[in-house]
Design a protein around this ligand. Sequence first.
Ligand code: GDP
Ligand code: MG
Length: 296
Amino acid sequence: MTFKSGYVALIGQPNVGKSTLLNALLGERLAIVTNKPQTTRHRITGILNEDDCQIIFLDTPGYHESSKPLNQAMLEVVDAVMGDADVMCVMVEPGSPDPNLDRHLFERAGKDRTIVVINKADKVSKAEFQAMAESYRDKWGAKEVIVMSALKDLGVASLIDAIKERLPEGPAYYPQDDYTDHNMRFIASELIREEVFKQMQQEIPYSTAVTIDSYKEPREGQKITEIAATIVVERESQKGMVIGKKGARIKQIGKLARAKIEEMIGGQVFLELNVRVQKDWTKDDARLKELGYKIS
Ligand code: GDP
Ligand code: MG
């Protein structure tokens, strides 16, 4: 059996259903949230492990925070992620808010390695989504069009097959075993990080990261998972902003992140948050150390 592996970027206008698809893909399967060891350029939203392949989904951040017009910012995201992606998926939906933008995204991504994914097919009749698919093939020159509904989990398997077909042969870049503890740690750090961004908006750079210093499962007869985490920033001024007046902001970040982690693990959590300044720090260093890929 040949094993395939590679990186996949999921591009599409806001609300087209990217997050819903990732949840459908990764929800029931092993999903680790981590960093690609080999590059520093993109984060990973999840990894799908199957018997004969490993699909690594790249995050395509940027255009939400950008002050540029949406279409221009999105095209730049495509350019940025293309260097690392083996397969591009451009997701569209019936009644697109901007059909021209869909087409530009597709053209920018390049015909040869791009799959057009029509999501929300449940919203229209079969004749309608078939007509859509046909027009992407005829007018855009799309080589592969997948019709699906991320919400209803329909057509997801066909998409995985289409991606698999386009992946190069290669090894699993990440451990395939069920590293539950690692997973929990990573997911916890991502949930905290997400909360930092929500609370901070544009005040801190995207490169800011969170490391988990300790993760203690409940002891015999107890219920609370104890987690200590550090938010690593690059400058003193950022540290002050994360902490906030009398610690108000970090308290809020901690409270909301804790609630999300509790929801994820289905139990009580005690979360201790610290902030540390580390100059010229890149998030990969810390993450890779955690993963065990890099020891220093
Ligand atoms: P994103 O901005 O691309 O990540 O989009 P989201 O995944 O957040 O989805 C935006 C909205 O579209 C949500 O309300 C989803 O429930 C809805 N949605 C996503 N996929 C489908 C689908 O297949 N069918 C329908 N009817 N709604 C969907
Ligand atoms: Mg989303």
